[in-house]
Design a protein around this ligand. Structure first.
Ligand code: ADP
Ligand code: MG
Length: 320
C-alpha cells in the first residue's frame, strides 16, 4: 500500500477516505478519472486534477521525451512464438515493453500460444536479444500465468518442453500460475506482479488468459458497460506499466463475439472495444484452418504492416 499523504492536498483523513473507496495505491489513482475522485467527500475538481497528476508522475505515467523513449526501446528483446512465420510478421517475435493480444474463437490456439511462450522463455535460442540485454535482463527469467478459465495444463508444458529437449520440471518451476475466479482477483494478481519483481523474481513474461472472460460474465447488460470498460482500462494500464517498467513481454488472450450489426467486413470482433484496442500494442486475430493449421492475422500495429501467417499446433507445440 502506498503512502497517499505524499500526494498534494491529501492529509491523513483524505488518505483514509481514498483507501475506503478502493484507491489504495498511486496506480489506482493515476488511472482514475476526475469524476470518480470528486465523488469522494472533500475532494474538489481542482484537487482531483492535482492528485491524479501527482499520482501519474509517481507511477511514471507522465510525459517522456522522444529520446528517453528511444533509449528505453534499446532494451527491447523478443520472444519467439515457436512459429517462424508468426515471428516474422511480428518483426522477430513477441516484443518486450508491449502488450500483445491474441483474439479468436474457442480452439483457435490462444491458450496453446500462451503455454508455448512460457516454455520458450526457458530456451535461450528462442529469445532474440543482444548479449548485453541477455546479461542485464534475462538471467533466470520467470513467467506469470494468470489463468481465468482453468485451462493451464502442466502436462502440456512438460510435453512442449520435452519437444525442445528441455527438462519439463525445470520449466514448470519457472512459471507462477495464479487461478483467478473473478475480475477482482485477476486485477489484484496483475497488480501483485510488481511486488514479486521487487522481491527479486525476474519476471519477464506476464500472461492473462483470458483477459475478458471474467469481465464479460460479471458485467452483463448495457447498464454495466461503462463500469466494465473502466475496470478493464485500469487492468490494461497495470499490464502496460509492467511491460514498460520491467521490460516484460505481456500476452493477453481475448474471446471474440459475433457482431450482429456487421454487414460488411469482419463478422466477429474482439471483446473489450476501444479500451483493449488502444491498450494493446500488437493485436492478432487467430482462426482455424484445415487440420492442425491456424492462421494468425496481425492488425493495428504501430509500426508493422498488416499481415497473415500460417502455423500449426501439434503435440510438439506451436511451429510452422
Ligand atoms: P483457445 O483459443 O480456446 O484457447 P487452445 O489454445 O486451447 O484454444 O487450443 C486448443 C486446440 O489446440 C485443440 O483443439 C487442439 O487442436 C490443439 N491442442 C491442444 N493440445 C494439444 C496436444 N497435446 N497435441 C496436439 N494438439 C493440441
Ligand atoms: Mg483458451
Amino acid at each position: 500500500m502506498d503512502d497517499l499523504t505524499q500526494l498534494p492536498g491529501v492529509g491523513p483523513s483524505t488518505a483514509e477516505k481514498l483507501k475506503e473507496a478502493g484507491y489504495t495505491d498511486f496506480m489506482k489513482i493515476a488511472t482514475a478519472t476526475i469524476g470518480e475522485l470528486t465523488e469522494i467527500d472533500g475532494i474538489s475538481e481542482k484537487a482531483a486534477v492535482k492528485i491524479i497528476e501527482a499520482a501519474r508522475e509517481l507511477c511514471n505515467l507522465g510525459f517522456k521525451s522522444g529520446s528517453e523513449i528511444l533509449n528505453q526501446r534499446k532494451y527491447i528483446w523478443k520472444l519467439s512464438t515457436g512459429s517462424k512465420n508468426l515471428d516474422e510478421i511480428l518483426g522477430g517475435g513477441l516484443e518486450s515493453q508491449s502488450v500483445t493480444e491474441f483474439a479468436g474463437m474457442y480452439g483457435s490456439g490462444k491458450t496453446q500460444i500462451a503455454h508455448q511462450a512460457c516454455v520458450n522463455l526457458q530456451c535461450p535460442e528462442r529469445i532474440l536479444a543482444d548479449d548485453s540485454i541477455r546479461d542485464e535482463f534475462l538471467n533466470e527469467p520467470k513467467a506469470v500465468y494468470i489463468d481465468t478459465e482453468g485451462t493451464f495444463r502442466p502436462e502440456r508444458i512438460i510435453q512442449m518442453a520435452e519437444a525442445l529437449g528441455l527438462d519439463g520440471k525445470d520449466v514448470l518451476n519457472n512459471i507462477l500460475v495464479a487461478r483467478a475466479y473473478n475480475s477482482d482477483m485477476q486485477m489484484l494478481y496483475a497488480e501483485n506482479v510488481e511486488k514479486l519483481i521487487r522481491d527479486g523474481l525476474n519476471i519477464k513474461l506476464v500472461i492473462v488468459d483470458s483477459l475478458t472472460s471474467t469481465f464479460r460474465t460479471e458485467y452483463t447488460g448495457r447498464g454495466k458497460l461503462a463500469e466494465r470498460q473502466q475496470k478493464l482500462g485500469r487492468h490494461m494500464a497495470t499490464l502496460n506499466k509492467l511491460a514498460d517498467l520491467y521490460n516484460c513481454v505481456v500476452i493477453v488472450t481475448n474471446q471474440v463475439a459475433a457482431r450482429p450489426d456487421a454487414i460488411f467486413g469482419a463478422s466477429e470482433q474482439a471483446i473489450g472495444g476501444h479500451i483493449v484496442g488502444h491498450a494493446a500494442t500488437f493485436r492478432i486475430f487467430l482462426r482455424k484452418a484445415k487440420g492442425d493449421k491456424r492462421v494468425a492475422k496481425l492488425y493495428d500495429s504501430p509500426h508493422l504492416p498488416d499481415a497473415e501467417a500460417m502455423f500449426r499446433i501439434t503435440e510438439k507445440g506451436i511451429h510452422d
